[in-house]
Design a protein around this ligand. Structure first.
Ligand SMILES: CC(C)(COP(=O)(O)OP(=O)(O)OC[C@H]1O[C@@H](n2cnc3c(N)ncnc32)[C@H](O)[C@@H]1OP(=O)(O)O)[C@@H](O)C(=O)NCCC(=O)NCCS
Length: 185
């Protein structure tokens, strides 16, 4: 069973909101940037506008909390209305009380603290609104920016998987980060 439609959440500088059709171009531009796509799974570099439009439209009609699916949320800058990234909630298929998160920012807006502002807000939503038991994040061990972000918001590194992921032609190492609801705040 799903939880509910997503309502906008505001922080000091950003708004987390549902995707709009008009986001497709900006979404495509930053998601296909090679520096952004580097550790993001196969294929994002080659995404084209039709796929971005389809992705955005699908997400517009989606809800968080459906086991086995990713729900993506747009990150918008409050002062300009520009969509600068996205974050996502993957409700695990074996236990809907546990979710995985993902996050991506347009390179022009990285290193300004927007990533941690968005992910902190996402965790608050996951624990306080969706009432989930545990959040995890999985990242390539070479993804320094992602690791720095996860550590900065207090996620615990619980695992180092050695050469567990076949990725872009080689087996790579991944870290597993986690946080429990009872540890939040
Ligand atoms: C991972 C990613 C989302 C991080 O985004 P980000 O916004 O740069 O991350 P942060 O919020 O942690 O940025 C923090 C940096 O901004 C700096 N910063 C500048 N102004 C700031 C402000 N007003 N407030 C807070 N931090 C600020 C901080 O000092 C910090 O640098 P430091 O850790 O050296 O001190 C981004 O690099 C990205 O999109 N990568 C590609 C996609 C990807 O790999 N995603 C993860 C897959 S697992």
């Amino acid at each position: 069973m799903s939880d509910k439609k997503f309502n906008n959440i505001e922080t000091e500088r950003i708004i987390l909101r549902s995707f709009k059709e008009s986001d497709a171009e900006a979404f495509l531009k930053y998601r296909t940037d090679p520096t952004v796509a580097l550790y993001q799974g196969e294929g994002w570099e080659n995404f084209v506008l039709d796929q971005a439009v389809e992705f955005v439209k699908e997400q517009m009609n989606f809800e968080p909390g459906i086991p086995g699916t990713w729900f993506q949320i747009a990150i918008e800058l409050k002062n300009s209305g520009k969509q600068i990234g996205d974050c996502g909630i993957h409700t695990l298929s074996h236990d809907a009380n546990q979710v995985e998160i993902g996050f991506t920012l347009d390179p022009a807006y990285q290193n300004k603290g927007y990533g941690r502002e968005a992910v902190r807000c996402l965790l608050e939503y996951i624990f306080s609104v969706l009432n989930k038991h545990r959040v995890i994040a999985v990242t390539d061990v070479r993804n320094k920016n992602s690791i720095r972000l996860l550590e900065s918001i207090g996620m615990r590194r619980e695992g180092h998987f050695f050469k567990n992921a076949w990725y872009k032609g080689e087996y790579t190492d991944e870290y597993l980060f986690a946080k429990l609801k009872e540890e939040w705040k």
